[in-house]
Design a protein around this ligand. Structure first.
Ligand code: F6P
Length: 498
């Protein structure tokens, strides 16, 4: 029997008892904006928030995050609180406000010009500068103040997310050593040779070593972290127990591959309403006569291999022109981090390559690539998953990749092929996907052919196996495993005190 939401609720009750659960992340799970003169609430893209929202819905608690929506200030009460989700309020979102300058230095600067390319090794040069570091430090402190205010005198488990808040655990523990603090790292941890170019590596690693529990998606990232610690500072590393002792404090390091709410996605994509959403897409994108729909959904980011995907399709059509007019590749791309030049350039490059490839292969009535630029509601995304014969995830490097698991969860017909980059965390679990190296355009084009020509029986066998994996290793199980580890730490520290 798969682990359920109810199982997670029981684990939380047993392990956390009366402790408050506090999540801290840069990105907020819901943002408010003004549309047609009215305040409306939407969900940002990004794997971390997508995965964590069902957990908070199940467990309740407080989520502290940067209020980045244009109407966020109008939506909160005097304590900067808003209950979310709007249709079924189950937890409290506490918003932290940042000035434009802080956002520029901490988010665009140190986090996304520095740490993001550093950890992804997608050959975009990381940049670090002292002013942005100062902003990063000060904003981390701002988050800490908000967390402490929320906790007050209570006992709590604080669950910090991602690379934006690496200093938070240490700052929290200094003020409240009784808190149990855990960090989940949503992106890859690179090898130590790469991480050592970061001028602030020692401070950042020390920050993480104040955690009681530190989670990565896969073991390989844990191993890379051990190597980094070994080369950066004095610490006792126990690779058998997956533990590091630094300055007398123990941090347990574990792999917890993140997932999705399989049951909820399955249920939603099986509703009669879904059929009503799929048919208009065929009209809107003129898919009559198309035999194969290939689909990609990403933030426009240079780690996602979007250019490589288009180049591979180009090569595929060069090699197999009989598929012209028979295949459509729909790419959904939400703009991201657009104030950084490298993202602007990528966006321009994608437009240029799409234009070039469409022009090269198009007929009077058909062009291979359809770019969808608008932000989609989750129901619309599910409709695309249902429509897609092939879902392509071609990241050059990715911590996990949630899209791969969402696609599998939505394929209640047990059909569809997942083309998956071997450089995603998901590739470690989803062994019935078709793997490829996105840097190898020739191989990638051949894998598109393999996906298209795969016999129906094999497609179904593979999808059935993939669905078993995601159903079993769902998001509740992921959170339950982490919270059970929290619980063990708590009972150890209680035992030490008695
Ligand atoms: O998959 C999780 C993640 O990649 C985070 O690491 C990142 O913060 C987020 O998705 C998307 O980026 P942003 O928050 O900058 O929009």
């Amino acid at each position: 029997m798969a682990y359920t939401k109810k199982d997670l609720q029981d684990t939380v009750k047993e392990m956390l008892g009366d402790r408050l659960l506090v999540i801290v992340s840069n990105r907020e799970p819901y943002l408010h904006s003004i549309r047609e003169g009215k305040i409306c609430c939407s969900r940002p893209t990004g794997g971390a928030v997508t995965a964590l929202d069902p957990v908070m819905r199940a467990c309740g608690g407080v989520w502290v995050a940067y209020g980045s929506g244009k109407a966020d200030k109008q939506a909160v009460d005097n304590n900067n609180h808003v209950k979310v989700p709007p249709d079924d309020p189950s937890y409290t979102l506490r918003r932290v406000w940042l000035s434009k300058e802080e956002e520029a230095g901490y988010y665009y600067g140190f986090s996304n010009k520095g740490l993001w390319p550093l950890c992804h090794i997608a050959y975009t040069r990381p940049e670090f500068n002292e002013n942005e570091w100062r902003d990063y430090y000060n904003v981390n402190k701002k988050f800490v103040d908000a967390v402490l205010e929320e906790i007050g005198q209570r006992k709590a488990f604080v669950w910090v997310q991602d690379y934006h808040l690496m200093l938070v655990p240490q700052m929290l523990k200094k003020k409240r050593p009784d808190l149990i603090v855990s960090h989940f790292w949503h992106i890859p941890w690179p090898n130590s040779e790469v991480f050592r170019i970061c001028p602030k590596q020692k401070k950042l690693v020390e920050g993480l070593l104040s955690n009681d529990l530190l989670g990565f998606h896969i073991r390989y990232h844990c191993e890379n972290f051990f190597d980094t610690v070994e080369k950066t500072l004095e610490a006792r590393i126990d690779r058998e127990r997956y533990s590091i002792i630094h300055n007398g404090h123990e941090t347990l390091v574990r792999a917890f591959p993140i997932s999705v709410d399989f049951n909820a996605i399955e249920k939603k994509s099986n509703t009669p309403n879904m059929k009503k959403l799929v048919s208009p897409l065929i009209e809107e994108y003129n898919l009559h006569g198309i035999d194969y729909v290939m689909f990609g959904l990403d933030r426009i980011d240079y780690t996602k291999g979007i250019i490589e995907r288009i180049r591979a399709l180009d090569r595929f059509l060069e090699k197999y022109p009989k598929y012209k007019g028979k295949i459509a590749f729909i790419q959904i791309g939400d703009l991201s981090r657009i104030h950084l030049q490298v993202y602007k350039d990528l966006n321009d490059e994608i437009n240029a390559v799409v234009e070039e490839v469409n022009w090269k292969h198009s007929t009077e009535t058909w062009a291979p690539i359809i770019m969808v630029r608008r932000h989609l509601l989750f129901d619309e995304i599910l409709a695309f998953y249902k429509l897609a014969d092939i879902c392509v995830v071609s990241s050059l490097h990715d911590g996990m990749n949630i899209v791969a698991k969402e696609y599998i969860s939505a394929r209640t017909d047990g059909d569809g092929v997942l083309l998956l980059s071997q450089f995603t965390g998901a590739a470690r679990e989803l062994s019935d996907a078709i793997y490829f190296n996105p840097f190898d355009i020739e191989e990638f084009a051949e894998k598109i052919r393999q996906a298209i020509e795969m016999p129906a029986k094999e497609r179904k066998q593979r999808m059935t196996a993939l669905r078993e994996v995601v159903s079993e290793k769902n998001i509740y199980k992921w959170a339950g495993n982490i919270i059970s580890e929290f619980g063990k730490i708590h009972s150890c520290s209680a035992a030490k005190r008695t």
